[in-house]
Design a protein around this ligand. Structure first.
Ligand code: UD1
Ligand code: CA
Length: 464
């Protein structure tokens, strides 16, 4: 069934978050609430996708457009409430359609539901279509329904109305079935049902929920479809709910990976974003964060206490107590402990980056080792080269980032300084403590003087 429009409500401030950032731009498992809901709603392929904004509207609109440049942005006026948001959206969408009306079903969804999934939405739409109702609300049953609008059903199962927590009496508060804030309305029903909304309620807002009772008054049946998985439709209003839902979701993600052949020693302290991919027999040790589009191939070991952000780790590599961002770690490479890989590194097979090594845009060929206390930035190191402890590429002259090129089978002494731009050929050896400012040809030995002075019988100040 074709949706004439899908409307995402994202105009609320999210007061209960107590944040300078609008609630919909908070993140959940690596993505904003808004992008997560847009992901699921976009899968329905509605004729028009609209996002209603107001609080920090520019910022939210930009985020929506960055996801989908064709999205219709609706600006809600100063009148508060979910009902007002839909009034504003419908007015704008109707004005934009050829005969000044929408035809067919309209999906409405709140944007503070980070786990809303396309399957649930498809089931809701199918249910709505099968029952030919005027409107269908997506509900769920919760052990603790506090804070949600309660679904008041008639004997025949159809929906009589929705009562908000703050407007409910004792028997209504006892109802465990709640409104998820996702609905399908026939456009003509919606148009009439929102026309007469008012703010005669505990919050002084235009409630969208009131439109259901009105739809009923128009002689149309209002149906309810209960989401099979209540976690997928949970709303987040504050940071306590955010943490609880994120934890529950992460637990599921970890369990899915464990069932797929990944060893996770402690799912409680292992956080895996949704778009991460893990190969068979990967081991993830405690305190690890696998974020963004990170990919870890078979037999690799990650952690403990490691953060991977958009990183690619090949077969059998080890990354221990390190942070790796937008970098590629080759097969069987050995990273850490305490290695800091900033963006743009590409490490070949069997390489090593050891303790207290920082790298940025370093391209390191097969078998090369940077074992101790080094900074390698804007550099290419050939294969089977060894970098002595404490070596630094001085890549920045205050204006430009300059490149260091070091060949294959090079033995760099401890404590070297490569003043870029500089080139060192294959098979070179450098002396300890050298400052290499000029090109070194292939198979040469290079060292730089630094004179040692000895002052005999010298006494420290406190003894003088
Ligand atoms: C709403 C429902 C409640 C339901 C709950 C599910 C109403 C009156 N209540 O309550 O029945 O159980 O969601 O989570 O609809 N928004 C706007 N403009 C506004 C106000 C809100 O676009 O003026 C948007 C918000 O950005 C948010 C959504 O509407 O995405 C829901 O708003 P929220 O304030 O979270 O409603 P709840 O109190 O949770
Ligand atoms: Ca909410």
């Amino acid at each position: 069934m074709e949706l004439s429009a899908a409307i995402i409500l994202a105009a609320g401030e999210g007061t209960r978050m107590r944040s300078a950032t609008p609630k919909v731009l908070h993140t959940f498992a690596g993505k904003t609430f808004l992008h997560r809901v847009m992901d699921s709603v976009s899968a329905l392929d509605a004729n028009v996708l609209a996002v209603v904004v107001r609080y920090q509207g520019q910022r939210v609109a930009e985020a929506a457009r960055s996801y989908d440049p064709d999205v219709v942005i609706v600006e809600q006026d100063e009148i508060p409430g979910t009902g007002r948001a839909v009034q504003c959206a419908m007015a704008q969408l109707a004005a934009g359609s050829p005969d000044g009306k929408l035809h067919g079903p309209v999906l409405i969804a709140a944007s503070d539901m980070p786990l809303l999934d396309a399957d649930t939405l498809h089931s809701l739409i199918d249910f709505h279509a099968a029952h030919h109702d005027g409107a269908t609300v997506l509900t769920t049953k919760l052990a603790d329904p506090t804070g949600y609008g309660r679904i008041i059903r008639k004997q025949d199962g159809s929906v009589l109305r929705i009562v908000e927590q703050r407007d409910a009496n004792e028997s209504e508060l006892a109802v465990k079935e709640v409104n998820t804030s996702v609905y399908v309305f026939e456009a003509d029903v919606l148009e009439q049902a929102i026309a007469g909304l008012n703010s005669n309620n505990a919050q002084g807002e235009f409630y969208l929920t009131d439109a259901l009772e009105t739809a009923r008054g128009l002689g149309r049946v209002v149906g309810a479809f209960a989401a099979p998985d209540s976690m997928s439709v949970e709303g987040v209003n504050d940071r306590v709910q955010l943490a609880a839902l994120a934890k529950a979701h992460n637990r599921r993600v970890c369990e899915r990976w464990m069932r797929d052949g990944v060893t996770i020693l402690d799912p409680e302290t292992t956080w895996i974003d949704d778009d991460v991919k893990l190969g068979r027999d990967v081991t993830v040790l405690p305190g690890s964060f696998l974020q963004g589009h990170t990919v870890v191939a078979a037999d690799a070991v990650v952690g403990p206490y490691t953060t991977l952000i958009d990183a690619t780790v090949d077969e059998g590599a080890h990354v221990e107590r390190s942070r790796v961002q937008e970098s590629h770690i080759g097969a069987r490479a050995n990273i850490g402990p305490w290695t800091y890989m900033r963006q743009g590194n590409d490490l070949g097979e069997d390489t090593k980056a050891g303790a207290f090594v920082e790298m940025k845009k370093a391209h390191i060929d097969e078998g090369t080792k940077v074992p101790h206390l080094s900074y390698i930035g804007d550099a290419h190191l050939g294969s089977h080269t060894n970098i002595g402890g404490g070596t630094i590429t001085a890549n920045y002259d205050g204006v430009h980032k300059n490149h260091t090129e070091i060949g294959s089978n090079v033995h760099v002494g401890a404590g070297n300084l490569f003043v870029a731009p500089v080139q060192v050929g294959d098979g070179v050896t450098t002396g300890a403590g050298s400052v290499i400012r000029h090109a070194v040809p292939q198979d040469a030995m290079a060292y730089s003087e630094n004179t040692q002075h000895v002052v005999e019988g010298w006494k420290p100040a406190w003894e003088r």
